[in-house]
Write a protein of this length. Sequence first.
Length: 446
Amino acid sequence: MAAQETLINLSKISGLEIDTKEFAAYLDAQDKLASYRSKFLIPKKCKVVDSTDFVEDPEEECLYLCSNSLGLQPVRTRELINQELDVWANRGVLGHTSHPIDRPWVSIDDNVVPFMAEVVGAKPLEVAVMATLTTNLHILLTAFYTPTETRFKILIEDKAFPSDHYAVESQIRIKGYDPESALLVVKPRNGEHIFRLEDILEEILIALILLPGIQYYSGQVFDMKTITQVGHEAGCVVGFDLAHAVGNILLELHDWDVDFACWCSYKYLSSGPGNIGGLFVHEKISNNQDFTRLTGWWAHRLETRFHMSNVMELSPGAQGFQHSNPSVTNCIALLGSLEIYHEAGMAEFRKKSLLLTGYLEYLILNNDTLKEKIKIMTPSQPESRGCQLSLLIDENFEEVFAYLCDNGVICDERRPNCIRVGPYPFVNTFTEMVMFIEYLVEAIQA
């Protein structure tokens, strides 16, 4: 419990009690990422609370703990998008090749791919920024799911995100198999919420493994390195949905030897609702000409793309999986966030994340009211979770969640009794963790 040991040591050094706002302020004063909060637009309570009876100060900010669902808008995003709108207004189609800020639209994704590669631990060659999460998942499964008479099953987790489940089912049917026999679902053991690694590794004599980097409901981090290694030893293709992992935990997709992965960018990466996704294909296989892949114009090499020969010359790496030219405004919105990650570094982000989430966990477990009423579903081991705690509340769940919303505390609910709380290192403070506990205690007592 490294985070809690750190908190106890800092409490001794400061002479302050851990569960006080004074100690939280002490932590905030030492926070190397504190200045990044000003780089995001934080909604005001008066804009998110339906009843103005709960809002006294119109400038008071809400307590936003929902970046695991939708990240807040970076301040720079509007400026970046307006720059492209100006180019469109002033230059029209010429913006594709002649751009006053040196961001020609024909290669707009070149501005974000290197930064994205940093976030996922990959080489730029292995990353493409394109489409959306489920579309990218279909693109990848079309190429990587090659069932045979002896290997035709796909392993996913129980309560997979619905989009993943539906995509896998449809891919199985497209390839001529029945999900009843070809879809293998691994579940937590009876009475447990967390998936055990040994249970996953038992089920590997299959065609393909598709698991999340982080399970969206529980917040559990999967051991992607071990799963990939054991899967490859058994002859499986191994891929991951990183929707809740990208921009959240340290990823090393290249070094872990992952075959493929895909993700969205509107959660921790804060690129905007429904915005552009990304995919990874390991360089050892990305140029495999034998893939039965879905192709489009943008998969063709840029050097000869506009020759219009209709003879495919695949772009190297993950770019060979692209279809159409990516949206300029979507890429630029993503750039506004990735610049922040590039400047701060994922290592520093993760360091604060461990302490911030650990602090929230400590406050819950050591509060007389909460420790009797709330169960934390998310693993207690810091390395097995990211910027999220999933709280199970069995009594008056709807009323508790409504109370939080009415007081400008933004998190999300997953029925029947789960509230997901996402402390985000670039925005949230240690003081806000104490504030959240106060609101949660009030909600339960009310």
